[in-house]
Design a protein around this ligand. Structure first.
Ligand SMILES: [Zn+2]
Length: 141
């Protein structure tokens, strides 16, 4: 829910809309579980953890560009981590599950769940976008 009340955060607000059956058919089981079911991959399992080439990390659901490789850093968590998103790439909502209040990060275009953002990141932003590699694809270049 937006603080300003007018914009709802349900799936019908996103530019990219697909049925659950369509998502399930298009995505890998792990990407579907993360993006559409708010799952979390096991830490250290994504090949994107070790990705150090220049390029762009995009949404595995719709291809939206989310993070530039220049903002990636080694957080030691076992999840791909970034200190800033590409402008307009992601949106956030408040997640009160698991008895915690966290800020959920999702794709701005399809609403797919990507991970969470925490205020303990490095300079210059002090933010740590803790992402699921399964929710993203890497485009070198
Ligand atoms: Zn997306």
């Amino acid at each position: 829910m937006s603080l300003f009340g007018s914009k709802k955060q349900d799936a019908t607000d996103y530019p990219v809309e697909k049925s659950e059956a369509e998502w399930q058919a298009e995505l890998s089981p792990e990407a579907y579980r993360v993006l559409r079911k708010h799952g979390t991959e096991r830490p250290g399992t994504s090949t994107l953890n070790a990705e150090k080439r220049p390029g762009t990390f995009a949404c595995a659901g719709c291809g939206k560009e989310l993070f530039d490789a220049e903002t990636k850093f080694e957080s030691g968590t076992g999840w791909p981590s970034f200190f800033a998103p590409i402008e307009g790439g992601v949106a956030t909502t408040t997640d009160r599950s698991l008895f915690m209040t966290r800020t959920e990060v999702h794709c701005a275009d399809c609403g797919g769940h990507l991970g969470h953002v925490f205020p303990d990141g490095p300079r210059p932003t002090g933010q740590r976008f803790c992402m699921n590699g399964a929710a993203m694809v890497f485009r070198p270049g």
